[in-house]
Ligand binder design. Structure first.
Ligand code: C5P
Ligand code: MG
Length: 193
């Protein structure tokens, strides 16, 4: 299996690149943000629970997110591998992911971080907000909150995987094709997990 964590701040291009990587490598894409938005759109109990955190730019509690992720992974027992997008967002989520994959006899192959500076991502997210319809994309103070939460809660996940020799960083500025080529270079150098 190849299990990738596509990492980087909000607006760094994870979803855009994941869609292309799925086609090239035949992996299952799991975006926890998309899963939450689906639940919110259907007004499920999980959606109702997650909504206030997301609209405030805060993280949904780990146990809620980890439970949802576990269900999704287990629904794809025959997958050749996964692309995790927007997860893990905390070191506790990373530990839970490692445990879940270990139970399946596999592991994280690599975390690949898209490196994009803060002003660029604020501009990208505001632009995305015109079409995404996401309330959290349409308010600059919420966007800055999400970035601050990323720096505080999520960035340590990079060091967690770097300590295992699994973290890679690529330049996230350029055309979609240029960034895709950089990702493929890293992925093609990995050994199957
Ligand atoms: O990944 P994405 O940017 O689409 O996530 C949107 C929002 O969903 C985050 O700002 C956060 O409120 C919530 N989220 C979370 N935990 C995750 C993924 C997303 O709390 N692992
Ligand atoms: Mg996304």
């Amino acid at each position: 299996m190849i299990n990738l964590i596509l990492f980087g701040p909000p607006g760094s291009g994870k979803g855009t690149q994941a869609a292309r990587l799925v086609k090239r490598y035949g992996l299952v894409h799991i975006s926890t943000g998309d899963l939450f938005r689906h639940e919110i759109g259907h007004s499920t109990p999980l959606g109702q629970q997650a909504k206030r955190y997301i609209e405030a730019g805060e993280l949904v509690p780990d146990e809620v997110t980890i439970g949802m992720l576990r269900n999704k992974v287990e629904a794809h027992a025959d997958a050749q591998g996964f692309i995790f997008d927007g997860f893990p967002r905390t070191v506790a989520q990373a530990q839970a992911l490692d445990q879940l994959l270990a139970e399946k006899g596999t592991q994280v192959s690599a975390l690949i971080a898209l490196d994009v500076d803060e002003e660029e991502i604020v501009q990208r997210i505001l632009k995305r907000g015109h079409t995404s319809g996401r309330p959290d994309d349409n308010d600059e103070s919420i966007i800055r909150k999400r970035i601050a939460v990323y720096r505080r809660e999520t960035e340590p996940v990079y060091a967690y995987y770097a300590a295992k020799g699994k973290a890679y960083k690529i330049d996230g500025i350029g055309t979609i094709e240029e960034i895709f080529a950089r990702l493929c270079n890293v992925i093609d150098s990995l050994q199957p997990a």
